[in-house]
Design a protein around this ligand. Structure first.
Ligand code: CTP
Ligand code: CA
Length: 232
């Protein structure tokens, strides 16, 4: 969509978007990470700014992406750093979107010097669970604040991607959950996304396959519709 064709419905609103994949260090040269490119989060930030919002983008590791115009970018590495940055930025935000791929686990201990080969079998990796930032943001949400989560789901023996998305919406307690159906190379490292937009009131909207910018527009449409009229 051309920027000049976009509504200015986020004028005067503050929004926060997380993007990219967190990296959890094991030793000074190694980390646990994931394949998130950050493209969806960057598209969300760019489109929000084009619609008039004051945007903070909390960016973990991404593909080489240019900073979106007129967006405040806060760079983080680990899930814990993202957690701190998100709470900070969310404190005065109207809409908070967690599109980052947050590592669920981190190495339980950070080894201060590089782990060396010894000739013996390596120790197994011990992992610790990271805080669920989205659940925390929902718990800390200020009145009227809209909180949006993302989920990449595959079907399995217990249900399809939509079934897992519905369960995740309830578990997280957010207002909106964007569910991407993954598998077969969908969503990760590709230009297009497809899925559903699930709302806490039970509304389910199918998201046709399209660009990440188009998906971003649909997300902001839905989030803006949940905002109370701006005061003043
Ligand atoms: N999320 C988060 N903090 C975490 C993990 C996930 O804020 N520690 C957020 C993601 O940014 C996303 C949503 O929660 O908006 C769903 O992430 P997902 O990985 O699908 O959910 P999990 O609860 O981690 O469940 P799963 O076991 O399916 O990975
Ligand atoms: Ca996860």
């Amino acid at each position: 969509e051309r920027p000049d064709a976009l509504p200015r419905d986020l004028e005067g609103r503050r929004v926060v978007v997380s993007a990219g994949g967190t990296r959890e260090p094991l030793d000074p040269v190694r980390f646990l990470g994931n394949r998130s490119s950050g493209r969806q989060g960057y598209a969300l930030a760019r489109v929000a700014a084009q619609r008039g919002a004051h945007v903070t983008l909390v960016a973990a590791s991404t593909a080489e992406l240019a900073d979106p115009a007129a967006v405040q970018v806060v760079r983080v590495g680990t899930a814990e750093q993202m957690r701190v940055a998100m709470h900070d930025a969310a404190a005065d935000a109207d809409i908070v979107v967690m599109s980052a791929a947050v590592a669920d686990f981190r190495p339980a201990t950070l080894v201060v010097s590089k782990i060396k080969k010894t000739g013996a079998e390596p120790d197994p990796l011990r992992l610790a669970t990271n805080a669920d930032i989205l659940v925390e943001l929902v718990a800390a949400r200020r009145p009227g604040q809209v909180v949006v989560g993302f989920a990449a789901e595959t079907g399995d023996e217990s249900g399809d991607a939509l079934h897992h998305g519905r369960a995740k919406l309830r578990r997280k307690g957010c207002d909106l959950l964007v569910v991407n159906a993954v598998g077969d190379g969908k969503a990760f490292e590709v230009a297009d996304n497809a899925g559903w937009l699930l709302a806490a009131d039970g509304t389910e909207t199918e998201l046709a396959s399209g660009s990440k910018a188009l998906l971003a527009s649909r997300v902001w449409d839905a989030a803006a519709a949940l905002l109370k009229p701006a005061s003043g």
